[in-house]
Write a protein that binds this ligand. Structure first.
Ligand code: MEV
Length: 343
């Protein structure tokens, strides 16, 4: 089952201004205000192979939030996001996913012509494999639906987010849409998700290389390799899937040493797929030298972040310093507390 992630309750609805009434014979409702929230994610195992139907396991990072606010706009739809402030329609390729999210949400509420002021506020950087595009789309969709007082099921929210994500990624697996609104570790395969138990006495260190990664470019690079060598690349994808499958058990049973070994193997396989790079390799090596049990890239790669597994909080602090010394521009330490799943 998908997380219900329901939009905040309607703040209020206002009868629209005369201008709208001139265009339409019926009185149109426009939103007063709405808000939505999602969060960052990291992929523990299964990036890229998940696109080919293999399983993946991802962790939502709920302390790194993506918030969206929408309200009625007197004129054109406007956007305030990252360093951009201006008309939504002029916001450029970087915000294509947010524009599409507004469109699909307005279609869903039955007011495609409504003009909105849209704002997103993020605790984590875009284009670093942390799920920013799915998170921003998901938060905006929830905010628009909330403003119009329209409820949506978890499946509908997933579907709307996927429609927006397609603008950014082409053919996203759906893992990011699910993980950026999930309330626990997620096992995902072929459009189906399950929250899985986690019982790890360990810390995860996330380090940002500072290099922007394009998931679209990375995914299409893997596609080209697969088309040129379906046998060889197919084997790599299958082994990545097997690592994810085994990791579900290790995550539940607290097998942190085995997880670390599997992370290192996944990193080797991802490098064979051509989605690692010099910066990510340097950061992974620095983490291992500093005592990490395992380290790998996370998300699309070709820039973005690496994750490393630390056996204690002291080790995590030490690894974080080593990552910074090796060039990481930002780091986050995330405790992997036990998470039980009700039967
Ligand atoms: C991107 O965060 C994860 C990928 O596996 C793409 C996808 O799942 O759609 C690289």
């Amino acid at each position: 089952m998908l997380d219900d992630g329901s939009a905040n309750p309607t703040v209020g609805l206002q009868r629209c201004a005369a201008g709208h009434r001139e265009r339409r014979s019926t009185v149109q409702l426009v939103p007063h205000a709405g808000s939505g929230e999602t969060w960052a994610k990291i992929i523990l195992f299964g990036e890229h192979s998940v696109v080919y139907g293999q399983p993946a396991i991802a962790l939502p990072l709920r302390s790194l939030r993506m918030r969206a606010r929408v309200s009625a706009s007197a004129g054109l739809s406007m956007l305030r996001s990252l360093d951009y402030e201006g008309p939504l329609r002029e916001s450029g390729a970087r915000f294509a996913c947010v524009r599409r999210a507004v469109e699909v949400a307005l279609d869903k509420v039955g007011h495609p012509e409504a003009q909105l002021s849209v704002e997103t506020i993020s605790d984590f950087p875009p284009e670093r494999g942390m799920g920013s595009s799915a998170a921003s789309a998901g938060a905006v969709i929830r905010a628009v639906l909330g403003a119009f007082g329209v409820a949506a099921s978890a499946e509908e929210l997933f579907d709307l987010t996927q429609r927006a994500e397609r603008v950014a990624h082409g053919k996203p697996s759906g893992l990011d849409a699910v993980a950026t609104s999930a309330r626990g570790p997620v096992q995902f395969q072929a459009g189906r998700m399950e929250i899985v138990p986690m019982n790890l006495d360990a810390h995860l260190v996330v380090a940002d290389s500072g290099i922007r990664g394009s998931t679209r470019v990375a995914v299409s690079g893997v596609r080209t390799r697969f088309e040129n060598d379906p046998g060889g690349v197919g084997e790599i994808l299958e082994e990545l899937g097997e690592l994810a499958r085994l990791a579900v058990r290790d995550v539940a049973e607290g097998e942190i040493t085995a997880l670390g070994v599997a992370m290192n193997r996944a990193q080797q396989l991802l490098a064979h797929l051509g989605v690692s790079d010099h910066h990510l390799d340097l950061l992974n090596a620095a983490a291992i030298r500093a005592g990490a049990l395992g380290a790998k890239l996370t998300g699309g790669g070709l820039g973005g972040c690496v994750i490393s597994l630390a056996p204690t909080v002291d080790a995590a602090v030490h690894i974080r310093s080593a990552l910074r010394a090796a060039g990481a521009v930002r780091t986050w330490v995330h405790p992997l507390h036990p998470i039980r799943v009700e039967a």
